[in-house]
Design a protein around this ligand. Sequence first.
Ligand code: AMP
Length: 277
Amino acid sequence: MKTAITLEELRSARAMLPEPVGFVPTMGYLHAGHISLVERARQECTSVVVSIFVNPTQFGPHEDFAKYPRDLPRDFAQLQAAGVDLVWTPTPEIMYPPDFQTWVIVERLTAPLEGAHRPGHFRGVTTVVAKLFNAVQPQKAYFGQKDAQQAAVIRQMTRDLNYPIEIVVCPTVREADGVAMSSRNTYLNPEERRAATVLFRALNAAKFAYEQGEREAETLRRIMREVIESEPLARLQYVSCADFETLEELEWVEGKALLSMAVFIGQTRLIDNLILE
Ligand code: AMP
């Protein structure tokens, strides 16, 4: 497994890789969710590139950038075992030199949900992913359904900017009790970790009602709210039952829909979602 830090190192290592190249962008502190993306890329591509970069511009001023968990030696061992060809770990100075002033902004799709509660978040995400795409020049790039709006926004950006890259979205990997794997789960104490199961329980309660024939979106949102409110350690930020393509809130579920939510468990903000089809 090759490693690169500077753009020059990345470009010369990338030039040696046989194509198609599959690319998995991450912020590190890797878990089985990340590795599932690497494995899918390994199956579909001749070479696999992973980036690890905790991107400062996608964190709000009061968010967890400084305390975001980091463990490069452990990440490298996992990526080596998964058969990755090249790992790129750029520094903030490489990605954002002092005179940096160019941003990539996706408009409508970033307005609701995460975009409404994390101003500037998607501007940071799309800008860094565009820069990563420009440097790595993959044929395919892999993202997790765990971050449903991010996947939709990246797909839109890829279309709008004519990147010749296929975006592959992979299923959410969960712990045995249903909690979606996330680097942020390490913030939870044991009591909070037990309470974190409430997100998946709420999503499943709404999905069950949908499977029983419920089609009124507000009823599905109410079911999710009630489950979240039954957990004393949980504080709901939003619940949504939205059109899968536009991410606009629905009145009635007809086509493919996305159930999603953001919930604080103590100080830790968790997100999760399920697709209705
Ligand atoms: P992150 O390191 O959190 O920025 O995530 C890097 C990539 O891994 C993103 O495309 C995420 O959507 C994806 N990812 C994170 N957690 C999971 C999970 N539990 N299952 C599947 N993909 C995930």
